[in-house]
Design a protein around this ligand. Structure first.
Ligand SMILES: [Zn+2]
Length: 130
């Protein structure tokens, strides 16, 4: 686990460089929590705090962990560069995801997340919102 988190922080530092905002790598506060419900991550652009769902620490979710951290960090960068009025998952956010090497996906199908059980109710398949 320590090795995986080390790699995650290294990846994060690289994305921040690519985005031209290396200070974010030092200033962001990355935490894990188990009470995010169906959300894989949350961020607060003002404080630089990123909270990731603890389910992402499962080894099977390693790729999603990186994608989710990048997803939230891209929100912060887009907010810092363009202000609060841009669309949440608009072209600015998408560009940062692409530059970091990810396909910009606003939501992740729940079936891709190991250990996140779908809700029992019928209806459309729940998707993970971020
Ligand atoms: Zn998002």
């Amino acid at each position: 686990m320590a090795r995986r988190l080390e790699k995650l922080h290294a990846d994060f530092g690289r994305w921040c460089m690519v985005w031209g905002l290396s200070r974010l790598a030092r200033e962001a506060d990355i935490q894990f929590a188990d009470d995010l419900g169906m959300a894989l991550g949350r961020c607060d652009p003002r404080s630089g705090r990123i909270v990731l769902n603890g389910v992402l620490l499962a080894p099977e979710n390693e790729t999603l962990l990186a994608e989710t951290l990048c997803h939230e960090a891209a929100h912060i960068v887009a907010h810092l560069r363009y202000g609060p009025r841009i669309a949440e998952h608009g072209p600015e956010w998408q560009e940062y995801m692409t530059k970091a090497g990810f396909q910009p996906r606003p939501v992740i199908p729940i079936g891709e997340v190991a250990g996140m059980a779908p809700r029992a109710e019928s209806g459309p398949r729940p998707r993970v919102r971020r």
